[in-house]
Design a protein around this ligand. Structure first.
Ligand code: ATR
Length: 272
C-alpha cells in the first residue's frame, strides 16, 4: 500500500484525508492518506521520509509551506511565484515541490463564472493565500488586479513584486469597489463572521460582480454578498480543486472531484 499525507502543525482538523481517501477508494488506488503533524525541528526528517519507495506524495500546510522549499530537489515555477509549496511529488529524480492553490482558485471560480466576464479584481489581504489568488488571476489574464490590506505596506510590497495595483485600506469601501468584477476576501477574517469591509460597501459593487471568500464555509461576508444578488463563492471549491490537482500529480489519474466534494461536505456536516 502506498502512503500520502499532509505535513503541518496542527493538522488534526484537516479535511484533506477525507477527500483524498474517498478519491483513492473511488479510483481503486491502493493507498492511504494520513495526518502527519510535524514540528519545525522534525521537518527535514519528515521530508526525507518522502524518499521511501512507498510514498505517493504529500501536501504541506501551515507553518511549513515556505520552509519546505529549500528541502526540494526541484521547485516548479508556479510554486516559486507563489513563494510556497503545498504539494510534494516524489519522482524518479527526487522531490518536486509544486503549488496547486492557484489552480484550485481558478477552477473553483470557473465552475461559477465565464472567464471573459472578469476584467478587474480587488483582493483583500496580503498573506500567503493572497499570493496564490494573485497568481491565479494574473494567469487568467485579468486586465487589472488591485490589492488592499490592513497593513498598507504589505499590500504595496506584494503589488510591486507582482506588478499589480494597490489601494490604501481605508479607501477600499469608497473608491475601489465599483470597478471590481471579482472581489476576493483572502484575509484570515471569516471564521468568526467578522467582515473584512463594511457590508454597506458591497452596495457599491456593480450588479454582475462575483464575491469570493477563501474561508471553507458560508461567511457573513458571503451572506451579505448573496443577499445583494452577487455570485458568492466560498473556499471549499478551492480546497477541493487544489486537492484534485495534487491527486492527479501523484497518480496521473483524473481526480473524482464529485466524490471529493461529497466527502468534504459529509465531514463538515458531521462536525457541525
Ligand atoms: P494566510 O497565509 O492565510 O494568507 P497570513 O499570511 O497570516 O495568512 O495573512 C493574514 C491576512 O489577513 C493578512 O493580509 C492580514 O492583514 P495584515 O497584513 O494587516 O496583518 C489579514 N488580517 C488578519 N486579521 C485582520 C483584521 N482584523 N482586519 C483586516 N485584515 C486582517
Amino acid at each position: 500500500m502506498k502512503r500520502a499525507g499532509v505535513i503541518g502543525n496542527p493538522v488534526e482538523h484537516s479535511l484533506s484525508p477525507h477527500m483524498h481517501n474517498a478519491a483513492m477508494q473511488a479510483l481503486g488506488i491502493d493507498a492511504i492518506y494520513e495526518l502527519w503533524p510535524t514540528a519545525v525541528e522534525d521537518l527535514s526528517a519528515r521530508i526525507g521520509s518522502l524518499r521511501q519507495p512507498d510514498m505517493l506524495g504529500a501536501n504541506v500546510t501551515v507553518p511549513h509551506k515556505q520552509a519546505v522549499m529549500h528541502l526540494m530537489d526541484e521547485v516548479t515555477e508556479t510554486a516559486q511565484r507563489i513563494g510556497a509549496v503545498n504539494t510534494i511529488i516524489p519522482t524518479g529524480d527526487g522531490l518536486v515541490g509544486d503549488n496547486t492553490d492557484a489552480y484550485g482558485f481558478q477552477a473553483a471560480l470557473l465552475e461559477r463564472v465565464e472567464p471573459l466576464s472578469l476584467r478587474t479584481a480587488l483582493v483583500l489581504g496580503a498573506g500567503g493565500a493572497s499570493r496564490a489568488v494573485i497568481v491565479a488571476l494574473m494567469d487568467m489574464g485579468l486586465e487589472r488586479i488591485v490589492i488592499a490590506n490592513r497593513t498598507d505596506s504589505r499590500a504595496a510590497e506584494l503589488a510591486q513584486e507582482f506588478g499589480v495595483g494597490m489601494a490604501p485600506w481605508e479607501s477600499v469601501g469608497d473608491m475601489v469597489f465599483p470597478e471590481a468584477d471579482v472581489l476576493v476576501n483572502a484575509t484570515s477574517l471569516g471564521w468568526h463572521d467578522e467582515m473584512p469591509v463594511n457590508a454597506d460597501a458591497l452596495d457599491r459593487l456593480s450588479a454582475d460582480s462575483v464575491v469570493v471568500d477563501l474561508t471553507y464555509r458560508d461567511t457573513a461576508f458571503l451572506r451579505e454578498a448573496a443577499h445583494r444578488g452577487f455570485v458568492a463563492i466560498d473556499g471549499l471549491g478551492m480546497l477541493i480543486h487544489q486537492g484534485a490537482r495534487a491527486l492527479t500529480l501523484w497518480t496521473g489519474s483524473d481526480a473524482p472531484v464529485d466524490f471529493m466534494r461529497a466527502a468534504v461536505l459529509a465531514e463538515q456536516a458531521r462536525r457541525a
